[in-house]
Structure formats: structure tokens, C-alpha cells
Design a protein around this ligand. Structure first.
Ligand SMILES: CN(C)CCCNS(=O)(=O)c1cccc(Nc2nc(OCC3CCCCC3)c3[nH]cnc3n2)c1
Length: 277
């Protein structure tokens, strides 16, 4: 389905994401709020343009309560811009939430963190196993995880960045600091579904500790810390169960890292989520 630029009223710019400028917009026909992510395609080769179209088509296949919903695309030929229309998540992103906790010297509730873990696993399960092709997210981080108005957790910003940037190797990730980079990718290995699981482990750790598990003064030191896999326990007020599940997600050998199904059925998750819901 392709809409028209006139169908939407642009309210304001909300920032620049991994692949373009983001706007808050309102659809005139229903008054609903959406996010418009503008992707300039003039500099793309025909092959990359085709890749972008197929990736956006794949996005439209991804319909899941824990994935930011893709609604429409608007191709504006005059400016060679593709506008990807997505669900507006009223609760904002986890990066903002973490920064608010830091500023107020407070911590996130353990129950909320278990819900994020569970719902992110459901989102990754849909990407990894329920689509016609396996979609790896490749950029799981607090700024790409959103909350809707009902407290549901939503994974956003799928691999479009991979198409729009020339290189997907470790070098490409220098766009932002690759805190969540997995050991296998640092060693030049293939990014795989278990690399998303490592990043999820880093995300859950950061929700507890308000900092990533591995940090460094430079990329080299960060890579060393990740390979060494030494990280301090999450703050003492969080349970041993939560510490154990994070440690499992951060298994150095990706073969020992659980799949999304294994996490969702893990006794530590089942007991702690049961208490939540
Ligand atoms: C950490 N900061 C960069 C971001 C702060 C966030 N503030 S904000 O942007 O005004 C704000 C406040 C409340 C709700 C929402 N909802 C929302 N935001 C998205 O993306 C944010 C955008 C991503 C790229 C970088 C710029 C910010 C969505 N994408 C799909 N659905 C979305 N819903 C946004």
C-alpha cells in the first residue's frame, strides 16, 4: 500500500535515527498520530533501491504486538525521499527512560525489566522464525525499543540501516559505539540470530545497571572487555534469577546462548513472568 504526502500533516521533527530524519505526523483521514521516517534514496544504486523496497515490504509482513507497526510508505519522487509511516509509541524509548533514572538516581522496577525481556523475546521470535525469511534486527539498543500507551514493549528500527550504510562489518558499527557488539562479530564472524540474543542480554543488563555491561575508552579496549566477558553483578537489590538469565544471554560461545524459544520456556523466566502477569 502506498500513501500520498498530502495524506499526512507534519507536526514536528523528533530527531535523526539510524537511517534518516524522524517526524511526528498526523493522518488527516483518521486524526491518528504516526512517526514518519524519511529516507533519501537519490544516492542509492538501483540494486540498493531494490533492496530497500524489499526490506520495506518485509517490514509490512512484520505484524506483532511487540514490534513497532509499519503502516504505509510514501514515495516522494520530487525529493527522492521514501517516507516510512510507523506506529507512534506514546511512551517513548528505553534510552530516554534510562537517562531519566540516572538523573533522578532511581532504578527501574524488576517486574518491568522481566516484562521487557519477555516481550523482546516475543518480538525476536517473530523476526527469527515466523517470517518467510529470517530477519535479524542487528541494532538492538535502548533507543530502538519503545513503549506504547498501554505499557507494551515494542522493538523498532529494523535492519534498514544495513541497506543504507555501505558496510555492515565491525567497521560500519563505528557510527555509534558498538557496546552491544557480540564476541563472534568482533572476531569477524557472521552476525546470526544468537548475536541478537547477546544484544538483548546487554539491553537487560543496562536496564538494571543503567550502563552497558562492557565499556571502554576506545573500540580496541571495548572489544577486549567483550572478549574477556567480565562484568559486574547487576545492583544488589535485583534478584539472582535476573542475574542468572542475563549471564546466560551473555554466553561467550553463541552455541551456548539460548534461542528465543528456550528463553521463553526457561524456568527462571516462567516463574518470574508468572509473578508479573
Ligand atoms: C533518545 N532520544 C534520541 C529519543 C528521545 C525520544 N523523544 S521523542 O522522539 O520526542 C518521543 C517522545 C515520546 C514518544 C515517541 N515515540 C516514538 N518515537 C520514535 O522514534 C524516536 C526517534 C528515533 C530516532 C531518533 C530520534 C527519536 C518512534 N519510532 C517508531 N515509533 C516511534 N514512536 C518519541
Amino acid at each position: 500500500m502506498s500513501g500520498y504526502i498530502e495524506d499526512y500533516e507534519v507536526l514536528n521533527v523528533i530527531g535523526t535515527g539510524s537511517f534518516g530524519t524522524c517526524y511526528k505526523v498526523r493522518k488527516k483521514s483518521n486524526g491518528c498520530l504516526y512517526v514518519w521516517k524519511a529516507v533519501g534514496y537519490s544516492g542509492l544504486s538501483e540494486e540498493k533501491k531494490q533492496l530497500l523496497v524489499s526490506e520495506v515490504n518485509l517490514l509490512s509482513e512484520l505484524q506483532h504486538p511487540n514490534i513497532v507497526q509499519y503502516f504505509d510508505r510514501v514515495i516522494h519522487k520530487e525529493t527522492a525521499t521514501l517516507y516510512i509511516v510507523m506506529e507512534w509509541c506514546k511512551g517513548g524509548d528505553l534510552s530516554t527512560l534510562i537517562n531519566k533514572c540516572k538523573k533522578s538516581s532511581s532504578f527501574l522496577d524488576e517486574g518491568f525489566i522481566w516484562r521487557v525481556l519477555y516481550q523482546m523475546c516475543r518480538a525476536l521470535q517473530a523476526c527469527h522464525w515466523q517470517l518467510s525469511v529470517t530477519v535479524l534486527h542487528r541494532d538492538i539498543k535502548p533507543a530502538n525499543v519503545f513503549l506504547d500507551g498501554a505499557g507494551n514493549v515494542k522493538l523498532g528500527d529494523f535492519g534498514l540501516a544495513r541497506i543504507l550504510h555501505d558496510d555492515t562489518s565491525f567497521a560500519q558499527t563505528l557510527v555509534g559505539t558498538p557496546y552491544y557488539m557480540s564476541p563472534e562479530v568482533i572476531k569477524g564472524g557472521k552476525y546470526n540470530n544468537k548475536s541478537d540474543i547477546w544484544s538483548l542480554g546487554c539491553l537487560v543488563y543496562e536496564l538494571c545497571s543503567l550502563s552497558p555491561p562492557f565499556m571502554g575508552q576506545n573500540i580496541k579496549q571495548l572489544a577486549l572487555r567483550i572478549k574477556e566477558r567480565k562484568f559486574s553483578r547487576i545492583p544488589a537489590h535485583y534478584s539472582d534469577d535476573l542475574q542468572k538469565i542475563i549471564s546466560l544471554l551473555l554466553s561467550t560461545d553463541h552455541n551456548f546462548r539460548p534461542t528465543t524459544e528456550m528463553i521463553l520456556q526457561h524456568p527462571l523466566v516462567v516463574t518470574n513472568i508468572a509473578q508479573e502477569t
